[in-house]
Design a protein around this ligand. Structure first.
Ligand code: SF4
Ligand code: SF4
Length: 431
């Protein structure tokens, strides 16, 4: 492949954004991969340098470029840290789009990625995994095949196996299409089901509905939602992501709700970006912008509207992990903390580096299991130092990842979504 063809003109990384980087290096200390490897090419500044060189035809589309861009978590901590406002997220997504179309991966990686993208964004296919989840639990297979053993066979397979959710009474539950407000109706909202959230964490969707209804919302949950496109967009499968986005735009815009509430960080962040993702689409651009404007994270929504109904005491110690696509992707930092602190009796403890990625990052923990494991170990050490009974985090991917780390280290800390804690407090008891 000639140097000129490293990137083509389809979804090309923006030259303007590349130029915005003044190479100051303020972002380096916020980058989890740079902190681990110490290699400038694994930092935001180094990656922008590589993307610029590829865009200018100075380096080819090859393993060296792909290796450093693949190792990026897409956590967007560098965007928060950057004083020049460099939109790094757009650069990495567009560059990954180029890699996806123009780089030939090895057979093993191709099969792994094909498996992920044929299963994960499709709730009906994910449901087919549920019998396996029960079997793993019934036979105690996670204990029989610990990560150290499976890692020797395949770190990616080991990571996927140990990410399988725990069996709960709600597992596989499907929610109704409509829930009325309790008392006077103040708002009409819709809820995103989410693929992983909807199938593996229905109890979080149920808690979200119960809290919303208790605060005076009537809640619509459109059927057959499918994926929001976050996994695809963050992995450079841009056309696939746009296809999923159009579907949700169709489903949600007809409802004419006050807000579309999302309880999953990556999904909320992506839906707020539909305005960019579908910009230029002659049919969908306007409706996409409307949907983006109505999309809110559940904690952001509750903080704005107020709970408006008494909270009961909970005698628990809680710490909070900032999911990357909530804190860096959506700029939401104080709302979840303030809501948790508003629960009487709840003792809130800050965790050091709460806004550093846990290594989950969409499909990262499967395709980059070694770096993911290092970041998870770092995270578990910080969780343990807090002595918290519960770690609250607003994203299913982070929950799966950190729960795996907590179980493997026999930690006493349990992981929950912050909306579950609010629901316990509204009901007056845990569970
Ligand atoms: S997105 Fe995260 S991992 Fe990637 S360069 Fe930025 S800070 Fe580093
Ligand atoms: S991305 Fe921002 S913080 Fe990082 S080197 Fe460029 S201008 Fe500086």
């Amino acid at each position: 492949m000639s140097l000129e063809t490293a990137f083509d003109d389809t979804d090309r990384p923006s030259g303007k954004i590349i130029q915005d980087c003044v190479h100051c290096g303020f972002c380096l200390s916020s980058c989890p991969t740079y902190l681990e490897t110490g290699n400038e090419l694994d930092s935001p500044r180094g990656r922008i340098h590589l993307i610029k060189a590829a865009a200018e035809g100075r380096i080819p589309m090859g393993t060296s470029l792909v290796k450093h861009l693949d190792l990026c978590l897409g956590c967007l901590a560098c965007e928060t840290a950057c004083p020049s406002g460099v939109k790094y997220g757009s650069l990495i997504e567009m560059s990954r789009g180029q890699i996806e179309r123009r780089f030939k991966r090895g057979l093993g990686e191709k099969i792994l990625r094909a498996f992920i993208f044929r299963i994960f964004p499709y709730p009906r296919r994910l449901r087919l995994l549920l019998p396996f989840v029960y079997l793993v639990k019934a036979l105690g297979l996670k204990k029989i095949f610990p990560p150290a053993l499976l890692n020797r066979l395949s770190p990616s397979a080991s990571s996927m196996f140990h990410m399988l959710p725990e069996v709960s009474s709600a597992l596989g539950e499907t929610l109704s299409a409509f829930y009325p407000a309790l008392g006077e109706r103040k708002k009409k909202v819709a809820l995103l089901n989410g693929c992983v959230q909807g199938v593996f964490f229905p109890e979080i969707n149920r808690a979200t509905v119960e809290v919303l209804c208790a605060t005076g919302c009537e809640v619509f949950i459109p059927r057959n939602q499918g994926c929001c496109g976050a996994l695809s967009v963050h992995s450079g499968r841009l056309e696939e992501g746009r296809m999923f986005a159009r579907r949700l735009v169709d489903l949600f815009t007809v409802l004419e709700v006050d807000a579309v509430v999302v309880n999953s960080a990556g999904c909320g962040s992506t839906m707020k970006e539909y305005v960019e993702i579908l910009r230029g689409d002659p049919v969908y651009s306007e409706a996409a912008a409307q949907l983006s404007a109505k999309t809110v994270d559940v904690m952001e929504f509750l903080s704005d509207t107020g709970i408006g109904t008494p909270l009961h005491p909970l005698d628990i110690r809680v710490t909070y992990q900032d999911a990357c696509h909530i804190v860096h992707g959506q700029g939401i930092r104080s709302a979840p903390r303030e809501l948790l602190r508003s629960v009487p009796g709840l003792k809130f403890t800050e965790m050091l580096q709460s806004d550093h990625c846990c290594g989950s990052a969409g499909i990262y923990n499967i395709v980059q299991p070694e770096m993911s494991a290092k970041l998870l170990s770092r995270k578990i050490r910080e969780v343990e130092k807090t002595g918290a009974d519960y770690l609250a985090v607003g994203n299913p991917g982070c929950m799966i990842q950190i729960r795996k780390g907590l179980l493997n280290s026999d930690s006493k800390t349990k992981i929950v979504h912050p909306v579950e804690i609010l629901n316990w407090s509204l009901k007056g008891g845990i569970g």
